[in-house]
Design a protein around this ligand. Structure first.
Ligand code: DI6
Ligand code: FE
Length: 410
């Protein structure tokens, strides 16, 4: 455990999300950080101050503190927007039909390739900051709008730069198998062959933490997805999957065979798919923003996932086509209203289970040894934060033991 200068936050109402303890509420709580980690998280009255210089002491006067929020599924780096496509959909055009006609993801690919890296960084970091204003301290960012060796690498480098320059942890995911780029029309297998070859260079440049694919009728087949997964597995990279969003392709069972960290979307997940996720310990990442914005009517099978004990996470899926939201707090409310998750499930979905979906066991709970990522709220109980919507009660964010933003109490 790191020692040295200590920082103390006292008189907090902690929601620790310790395993098996519900909210894990602790009144009169204290947090002590040494460097980037907690050395104490629990009742102030039980605190035995570790040795070391006490550099700062904050009295939170009873305010609620939770773990920092984790947005475990975003596509933050892209050029342009799809507001015109939204209008077309409102007039009756279907998302899949727009995609098949060369719009959709492909139109964002054209705008992304045309944008300079400076513009991609500036727009993506503004989006990251919007998420951080609500208490996000860890963020996953996928590529997938470059779809060539050069442009995928550029997008992953922009994602890495966000983690280097802003007070947020970034995990990068390579999503070359997001859509078929126009130069490969009619040659999806050739494209997959090529995309598999990019991973080693991305990995040696330190640009990739996991590999993802879009397995669906407008994406790639299970056989093509499997080839991407085999390439990832050869490099020792963990996999995730956009699975059963628009149709049931058996993607969850395929991903489970590869020990996937997560399967995401899952509106069309079957009972067999649920059992496959259970057996492999894969996290189900639910994305109410895309369900809402595409005006989907089939919700993911939350009760089956709950009954099977599959851990559930919740994320924004921020992207220009199907989920242009920048509010993880709103997604927590929607996970409850649209998917019938409980407020506590929604909270675990953006803390401890989101951490698991990223393969990060060092965060998501307020416990000694965890990273000192936490949020001070203008609220008395975490359930209030899932109840209101379009409201941001985030007062203060601490990331890796350092105060990273401050807002006066409302
Ligand atoms: N599913 C999604 O919801 C995003 N990607 C995917 O595979 C949407 C991407 C887009 O429409 O731009
Ligand atoms: Fe997505």
């Amino acid at each position: 455990m790191s020692s040295g200068a200590l920082r103390l936050w006292k008189n907090a109402r902690l929601a620790t999300f310790a395993t098996g303890q519900g909210w894990g509420l602790v009144d009169g709580g204290a947090l002590v950080c040494a460097g980037q980690h907690f050395v104490w998280a629990g009742p102030l009255r039980d605190l035995q101050m570790p040795s070391g210089e006490l550099r700062a002491e904050h009295d939170l006067q009873g305010a609620l503190v939770t773990p920092g929020l984790i947005d475990c599924h975003t596509h933050l780096v892209y050029g342009g927007d799809r507001a015109a496509e939204f209008e077309l959909r409102l007039q009756g055009a279907r998302y899949e039909d727009i995609a098949r006609a060369g719009g959709g993801i492909r139109s964002t690919v054209a705008a992304t390739r045309a944008a300079s890296s400076a513009v991609l960084f500036q727009t993506a970091s503004a989006r990251a900051q919007a998420l951080m204003q609500e208490g996000v301290t860890t963020l996953e960012i996928k590529s997938g709008y470059g779809l060539s060796a050069e442009h995928e690498t550029r997008c992953l480098a922009v994602a890495r730069r966000i983690g280097a320059e802003l007070p947020v942890s970034v995990r990068t995911t390579s999503l070359g198998a997001h859509a078929l780029p126009p130069e490969f029309t009619g040659r999806a297998d050739d494209y997959i062959d090529e995309a598999c070859t990019w991973l080693a260079a991305q990995q040696s440049a330190g640009l990739v933490d996991a590999v993802d694919a879009f397995c669906d009728t407008i994406g790639f087949t299970p056989a093509q997805t499997e080839r991407i997964f085999q390439a990832a597995q050869r490099l020792g990279l963990p996999v995730k999957l956009h699975a059963e969003q628009l149709s049931d392709q058996g993607g969850a069972a395929l991903a489970a065979r590869f020990g996937a960290l997560s399967c995401d979307h899952l509106e069309h997940l079957s009972a067999a798919g649920v059992q496959a996720l259970r057996a492999s310990g894969t996290v189900a990442v639910l994305l109410p923003g895309a369900y809402y914005f595409l005006r989907d009517t089939q919700a993911p099978p939350v009760q089956m996932l709950r009954d099977a004990g599959v851990p559930m996470a919740v994320a924004t899926d921020h992207n220009p086509g199907s989920s242009p939201t920048l509010s993880l707090l709103l997604m927590m409310n929607m996970a409850c209203t649209l998917f019938h998750m409980t407020p506590e499930e929604a909270w675990r979905g953006v803390t401890v289970n989101a951490a698991r979906a990223l393969g990060l066991p060092d965060r998501g709970q307020l416990l000694p040894g965890q990273r000192a990522d936490f949020v001070v709220w203008n609220a008395e109980h975490p359930r209030e934060i899932t109840y209101r919507f379009g409201h941001n009660p985030c007062r203060q964010v601490v990331q890796a033991g350092v105060v990273s933003n401050f807002r006066e109490p409302a």
